[in-house]
Design a protein around this ligand. Structure first.
Ligand code: DGJ
Length: 782
């Protein structure tokens, strides 16, 4: 709901309120964003929220001679610029035709409605908002118009904001900086939680309390990056998962982004988010427009979990394209870690047939199937099957995979080219490169220049040809290089600052056209894992490979990180071999499954090399997942304890009707002589009784080492054939949990689990729980 008064604007969602007004100068004052309060949109109604100024502070500049009472430096603004007294970092910086950088945006008009589109740029945007407010300002200096569009999503408690510049002058204007989001808070001291990392260690939450100075989250990789995701939170110092005030922010953008949180010398906190201004500039010719990415914001006074629920609901309903909303995601087997580049039809079919036996639904042929692609130095760009590896081509393989009862998926990396490829030989000028200069290297490949329409068309037509050459149900769209040597040979020198944003627009054109041409294909984004995990990609591709790191312990941290801003069915998560290929850590198969099942589940290991026990275990995991898939993929996710607090990571996923739930506890290292562990559920119905169970697990006696001799009538040597034979015949029964308990008790007291093994005895009443163990618990309302 949007209420307007005389130059007063109040935006309401179910639990939040956002308010601003236009001051006498024509500049906009931000009044409030937070927990829902009712504000009457008139002078009296906002009187408590406006800043009171009688004399401007010393050593400041006042807006003009008639506004001597205050300086723009010490007021919360809705739209900031530079040169009129505000000494803080500005949201907008334009260079006028006379070279001046001063901006002077004053209110002109407003419009409300439910489908006013300011987006004429091909940028992805959220869909189906309840109401919109567009405020138009005029820059008295450059003459440009600026529109701020607010979209209100009531049920999801989300408000979005994007900005458009319209050059209605007859000279060029340069956009030096244009932030999508600005919020000025009237206090310092927020705890900022950002999500940083690198390859194979994405999305680590880092908390920093900011009382002065500036904190920046940004990417320069050409992507939203694994270095710093555009999602971040700001909360009170004592906010936790289930209580306290927290703001969540994100940006629907897949390129270089910039978020800054700074505290002014007057103790006010300014938050900005948008395209990274570093290396960016855009020339707006007369009558041109430029639209910023859409920024997303939410607030909760009920802690991080509730803030995440707002974001999850928003992504599910307003970002993910309609064909894949609430649609069952198939369980897949990906060939990468099983075979890397060493693939051929017979090997792939062996894997696929094992996958079919296990109950897997989709077979994905990863890298290595085209051109001369035997390693990462060759053939990107040459999207024709290697006939030695696939004698029947993509179609031949696909038909055979389908005959096994599986759907077929393939891997592509359309934005890239190896210099050792036919495409590069034909079109070296299609790459981002500075003519005549030595190029930096990254995975032996170059980025195609997606700012060129003919390159975008080539990608679209090549991919259309590939995706229609066989019955392809799934595409993994990879992107494995960070940008260097940014230069487009078709843009003039003064427009080189436009290249990276034009690249992103070109990418969106590819994604939009291809998802429209192939709406039923499930696309999974990937960029060396999570180097481009953002709402821009999710607008077209409903899931993204979360990390090349498939180690269960690492993944628990990475997936927890994603879960703050993104629903977990958007995160591709696979069970891989052990020792893990990225960490060499050995983890139980059950732990790998437990962690992966909270994302979009897949397997990425050599099923042909599995023992019968492992194959049986995988089969039973898949049966179980299919029964619980709806809860996992459509449920409401809660974080409990995390490795940041100790050695347990605890998650719960609750069905939408809250009558079924799955919980997981994952342990880091064993603490000796600690038998006690409790699992606390979240999100259940208090006054409903649930049956709480675990699943039947059997353990290999070899996992008990030499201790077998404490019960064996004959002495058994470690690693002996005799022990191997007995291990095949005799299994240790795992502990059973089966109680009926109210939702209230499950949530507020928790369940004290069967005691863990701690060196003093073992039977089926004891939880076998060595390093890196996990348990899944199932709750069904009675
Ligand atoms: C990087 C991806 O993240 C991997 O999963 C795999 O697809 C390789 N690229 C293939 O080259």
């Amino acid at each position: 709901m949007i209420k307007t008064g005389n130059k007063i604007f109040i935006l309401y969602t179910l639990h939040t309120t956002y308010a601003f007004r236009i001051m006498d100068t024509g500049c906009a004052e931000h009044l409030y964003y937070g927990r829902r309060v009712n504000i009457t949109p008139d002078e009296n109604g906002i009187s408590a929220l406006t800043e009171k100024h009688t004399f401007a502070p010393g050593n400041t500049v006042t807006y003009d001679k008639d506004s001597g009472a205050f300086s723009m430096e010490d007021v919360c603004l809705e739209l900031s610029t530079t040169g009129k007294g505000d000494m803080r970092e500005p949201a907008v910086m334009l260079i006028s035709s006379d070279g001046s950088r001063t901006g002077d945006f004053v209110y002109k008009s407003f419009e409300t409605g439910s489908d006013i589109s300011i987006n004429d740029s091909g940028m992805p945007e959220s869909r189906l908002c309840d109401e919109q407010l567009v405020i138009t300002y005029e820059d008295k200096n450059s003459g440009a118009s600026l529109q701020v569009c607010y979209k209100v999503f009531e049920d999801e408690d989300v408000i979005t904001r994007s900005v458009k510049i319209i050059n209605d002058t007859d000279s060029d204007i340069i956009i030096d900086k244009l932030m999508s989001l600005q919020i000025d808070f009237d206090r310092p001291g927020f705890k900022i939680s950002s999500f940083t990392g690198g390859w194979a260690r994405e999305m680590n939450r880092e908390d920093t309390v900011l009382n002065a100075g500036k904190f920046v989250v940004e990417s320069r990789t050409g992507t939203s990056s694994n270095r710093a995701n555009p999602f971040f939170m700001m909360s009170d110092a004592d906010t936790n998962e289930d209580a306290g005030d927290v703001y969540g922010f994100n940006l629907i953008y897949s390129g270089n982004h910039y978020e800054s949180i700074s505290v002014s010398s007057f103790g006010k906190t300014r938050v900005l988010s948008g395209i990274n201004p570093e290396g960016f500039s855009w020339t707006l010719h007369p009558s041109d427009t430029f639209v910023s990415p859409e920024a997303v914001m939410t607030f909760s006074h009920r802690g991080y979990n509730n803030m995440s629920h707002h974001m999850h609901a928003f992504v599910r309903k307003h970002i993910v394209r309609k064909e894949w909303q609430r649609r069952k995601r198939p369980i897949l087997l990906n060939s990468w870690e099983a075979a890397y580049f060493d693939i051929n039809e017979s090997k792939l079919l062996k894997l696929a047939s094992k996958a079919a036996e296990a109950g897997i639904e989709l077979f994905v042929m990863d890298d290595g199937w085209f051109g001369e692609r035997d390693n990462d130095a060759k053939s990107l760009g040459d999207w024709t099957e290697n006939k030695k590896k696939l004698p029947g081509g993509l179609k031949g393989l696909t038909d055979k995979v389908k005959a096994l009862g599986l759907k077929m998926g393939i891997w592509v990396e359309p934005e890239m080219v190896n210099t050792d490829s036919s495409l590069y030989k034909k079109h070296p000028e299609w790459c981002l490169a500075i003519p005549g200069k030595v190029h930096s290297e990254g995975r032996n490949q170059r980025m195609l220049d997606l700012s060129r329409p003919e390159v975008v068309n080539f990608i679209i037509e090549e991919m259309t040809r590939v995706f229609s050459s066989a019955d392809i149900s799934y595409v993994k769209w990879d992107m494995n290089r960070v940008v260097s040597d940014v230069y487009s040979s078709v843009l003039p020198p003064e427009k080189q600052g436009e290249v990276m944003h034009r690249y992103v627009l070109g990418l969106y054109k590819c994604m939009k056209t291809l998802t429209e041409r192939f709406p039923e294909i499930l696309f999974e984004g990937c960029a060396s894992g999570g180097n481009r995990f953002d709402l821009g990609i999710l607008s077209y591709f409903p899931q993204i490979w979360g990390s090349d790191n498939t180690d269960a312990l690492s993944r628990a941290v990475i997936q927890s990180g994603y879960s703050y801003g993104y629903p977990l069915e958007c995160v591709g998560a696979h069970v891989s071999g052990s020792p893990n290929h990225q960490t060499l850590r050995r983890t139980p198969l059950e732990s790998r499954f437990a962690v992966a099942s909270f994302g979009s589940l897949g397997y990425e290991c050599n099923l042909c090399d599995m023992s019968k026990e492992e194959a049986d275990a995988i089969k039973s995991q898949i049966e179980l997942y299919k029964k619980w898939r709806n809860v996992f993929q459509d449920g409401i996710f809660y974080r409990g304890r995390s490795f940041a607090d100790g050695n347990i990571n605890e998650w719960t996923m609750v069905s939408r009707d809250r009558k079924a739930a799955v919980g997981m506890v994952l342990q880091d290292l064993v603490k000796p002589n600690t038998q006690y562990l409790k699992y606390n559920a979240k999100g259940l119905l208090s006054d409903v009784n649930y049956r709480f169970t675990n699943r039947e697990l059997k353990y290999d006696i070899r996992d008990f080492g030499d201790l077998v001799n404490t019960v064996s009538p004959v002495h058994l040597k470690q690693d002996s054939i005799a022990l191997d034979v007995i291990a095949k015949l005799v299994k240790m029964d795992g502990e059973e949990e089966d109680i009926t308990v109210s939702g209230d008790v499950l949530m507020h007291c928790g369940v004290k689990l069967k005691q863990a093994f701690s060196g003093t005895g073992y039977n089926e009443q004891v939880r076998f729980f060595p390093d890196f163990s996990a348990r899944m618990y199932f709750m069904n309302a009675i």
